[in-house]
Design a protein around this ligand. Structure first.
Ligand code: FAD
Length: 703
């Protein structure tokens, strides 16, 4: 417990991938400088705090996972506060501020935070500070930084008010009757942090709280106002400002190199989410023509000898490494080229002041340097401001130092957004741009996130292809930019494309008798906890599938499965099936038109009752322009869509790689519903919400 004079507050975090924890740690670290002491706990450590009796302000940082769920670590907490028997004043004594993290690319943005916030309100708790909702899609820091900046004043006011209330309670005089005004006072003191509006103009007023850097004696990288700003150059006003830069993150990792070579841990030890399976790649097919804008590949895996089990509609994870030449480049820039195969022992720095410091779970205690950089750290991650702040200390050139300070400062916020965040700059780009920056390995371990396994939707059915699992993906390509001279491919899709390149054009002697490749490459996969994106349990129910581009992938699995069920159960009744597919060009990227599998066959054998296709970039000489996008063909089939959804209790599935597509499709469905029901849009929205709730309108959308 912290003493009262230090102005204690309770700080809870609920994290899935570590971001909420990192932000809570930042708050914890800043608290000291602002005269507060944060009593920080993971929200799951329910034996270490008690909201029922908590008198000090509570700050909650909570992320969102899956389809709008609170993180796993918050499950017990959420279950506890969801208890319907709790009275509406259960938390009437509680003052709190909540920072929710989410990604607006996904449905139910920040729903983890919203759920907890809503429930605390229902139970009588009061905000002492406006809720902040930070969006990873545009940059968490856009909301997180100003939210934290505003927190200290809000806490001060809340604690002041609390003290006044206590003083009034203690005073034995008639004034106690006026206490009834206190709740209003709390309301009045609710701070308008304006985090949503991102107002930063009042920063000067708060600058005394924050480390200020004066310009004296520093040579600017871009002294002249006539140059344009860039990653490495600044122009006024930033280049001439005193800077408010974040406090230096506490170091907590120690690495020791041992020049003997050693065994690396198995990849499965890096995964805490479940069993991993190392499976051979048996086939790879390019589904698009060479002149298509994107290259789509299908990969077939042999899972026959494993316990890996899936249903059509499931997704699974692929464990992928970083690009070999990027790792080599990084080793070179860090001055560690000679040490790539050395064993590295990673421990927590003795005497570190970082609270609860521990070795990140994704870093083995002992492994080679190359293993850490290849399999453990997301070296492509966009460096956070705290990382930039730490890099300042490892940079010898004064001008470079200043620019790094600017990029993490409040004054340089828009430069950070423009030249780092929006330009997708990674550590490698920074080390090239700031050559005197030589961070130690320990700093990378402290600041780079875990290299995440990537998810893919299964594109096959175990009934149709026993012992096989297929998936389809576009090879992600990032062109060169002003911040980066080289083009790059997506970490996972670039690696997969390279891995299967020999299978795409196999020579005769590399094929076995089944026509499969004898060049065996293996990849590690593990299951992704299930969602509801499955075929209707009742086969007689009709369903509609909307899957442009690689969004068609899970529907191939649906159709294969359905075909086998039809062959096996000739006496069953099967509902009608609709597939809406779209691509750019009929003859370049129409997936499954002719290559690997022909969609037409599903139509011919009656598995697919309606196939509707559109091409967004093909020119047409027809008098009436043909539909371009899936939402356009949906509108043309309005009556049938409404019939399936409203009269026949059918299902509607949307899958694809763009949030906008999913939004456009749901807009089209709203139009269809309101037109066919002859109701206004609000009514249509209610019906769509009901369909979502009943899990009859299902989305599997990725960015
Ligand atoms: P990454 O290297 O992770 O890059 C991906 C994104 O990072 C880019 O889209 C971009 O936003 C950003 N980015 C990174 N670096 C840059 C840069 N230099 N310039 C610009 N932007 C940059 N994908 C499929 O293709 N098929 C599927 O079936 C499929 N199913 C999925 C199912 C689920 C449940 C989920 C969550 C995702 C699914 N995905 C699918 C997406 C897939 O998981 C990967 O995100 C995708 O393949 C890209 O991975 P990557 O490692 O190649 O790209």
């Amino acid at each position: 417990m912290c003493c009262e004079s230090k102005r204690r507050f309770l700080l809870l975090y609920a994290t899935q991938k570590g971001q909420a924890k990192a932000i809570a740690e930042e708050i914890w670290q800043q608290a000291g400088a602002h005269g507060f002491e944060a009593d920080m706990h993971c929200i799951s450590e329910m034996d270490k705090y008690n909201l029922e009796t908590e008198e000090d302000p509570v700050v909650i940082v909570i992320s969102t996972t899956g389809t709008g769920d609170p993180p796993d670590t918050a499950r017990k907490f959420v279950k506890k506060i969801q208890d319907k028997t709790l009275p509406p004043d259960h938390f009437a004594h509680l003052q709190y501020g909540l920072l929710g993290l989410g990604d607006s690319e996904y449905m139910f943005f920040c729903n983890g935070g919203r759920t907890v916030d809503r429930r605390l309100q229902e139970l009588g708790a009061q905000h002492f500070y406006d809720t902040g909702l930070a969006d990873d899609c545009v940059g968490l820091e856009l909301v997180v930084d100003p939210w934290i900046d505003g927190l200290w004043l809000a806490l001060k006011e809340a604690l002041q008010l609390q003290k006044e209330k206590e003083d009034m309670n203690n005073a034995v005089n008639p004034v106690s009757s006026s206490l009834s005004t206190a709740p209003h006072a709390v309301d009045e003191l609710k701070l308008s942090s304006e985090v949503q509006n991102l107002k930063l103009e009042d920063e000067g007023a708060r600058s005394s709280d924050i480390l200020s850097q004066k310009l004296d004696g520093i040579n600017l990288v871009a002294p002249a106002a006539d140059t344009k700003p860039s990653l490495v150059h600044s122009v006024p006003p930033v280049s001439q400002s005193a800077l408010n830069i974040p406090t230096l993150p506490l170091e907590y990792i120690e690495v020791e190199f041992q020049d003997n070579q050693g065994e690396n841990p198995h990849l499965s030890s890096l995964i805490s989410e479940g069993t991993t399976f190392e499976v051979p790649v048996t086939k790879a097919v390019q589904l698009t023509r060479e002149d298509a804008i994107k290259t789509a590949l299908l990969i077939e895996l042999d899972i026959a000898d494993t316990a890996f089990d899936y249903q059509p509609g499931d997704a699974f994870y692929v464990i992928c490494p970083n690009n070999v030449s990027e790792v080599e480049d990084l080793l070179h820039l860090l001055g560690l080229s000679e040490k790539g195969n050395d064993l590295v022992c990673v421990t927590v720095k003795q005497g570190t002041k970082k609270k609860g410091a521990s070795r990140p779970q994704h870093i083995p205690e002992r492994s080679t340097l190359k293993f850490i950089l290849t399999w453990c750290l997301e070296i492509r991650a966009i460096p956070k401001k705290a990382f930039l702040r730490a890099l300042v200390e490892c940079t010898s050139d004064v001008g470079e130092k200043r620019r790094l300070q600017e990029l993490c400062s409040r004054q340089g916020a828009s430069d950070y957004t423009h030249f780092i965040r929006d330009s997708n700059v990674c550590l490698l780009d920074l080390l090239h741009a700031f050559p005197s920056c030589k961070p130690p390995l320990s700093l990378l371990i402290e600041h780079l996130p875990k290299l995440q396994a990537r998810s893919y939707s299964v594109s096959s059915s175990d009934l149709y292809q026993p012992g096989r699992l297929c998936f389809v993906f576009n090879v992600v390509e990032f062109p060169a930019s002003p911040s980066r001279a080289v083009s790059r491919k997506g970490v996972c899709t670039g690696w997969l494309a390279e891995l299967v390149a020999p299978l795409l054009h196999p020579s005769k002697n590399s094929l076995n008798t089944k026509g499969e490749s004898s060049l065996i490459e293996k990849i590690s996969i593990f299951p992704r906890p299930n969602n509801a994106f499955h075929l209707p349990a009742d086969p007689s129910v009709p369903f509609i599938m909307v899957g442009p581009g690689t969004g068609i992938s899970p529907f191939i699995g649906f159709l294969q499965h359905r075909q086998k069920l039809r062959e096996k159960h000739t006496d069953w009744e099967f509902g009608e099936t609709w597939l809406f597919f779209g691509c750019r060009h009929q003859d370049r990227d129409y997936l499954f038109k002719q290559v690997y599998y022909e969609l037409r066959c599903f139509v011919e054998n009656g598995t697919l009752t309606h196939l509707k296709v559109c091409f967004s970039r093909d020119s047409s000489t027809a008098e009436v322009a043909p539909p371009k996008y899936v939402q356009d063909i949906l509108r043309l089939c309005a009556k049938e869509v409404a019939r399936v959804l409203l009269k026949e209790r059918g299902y509607f599935y949307v899958c694809g790689d763009k949030k906008h597509m999913a939004d456009d499709v749901s807009d089209a469905v709203l139009d269809i519903l309101s037109m066919e029901m002859e109701a206004d849009r609000l009514e249509a929205m209610k019906v769509l919400a009901m369909l979502r709730e009943a899990k009859r309108y299902l989305q599997d959308v990725w960015s």
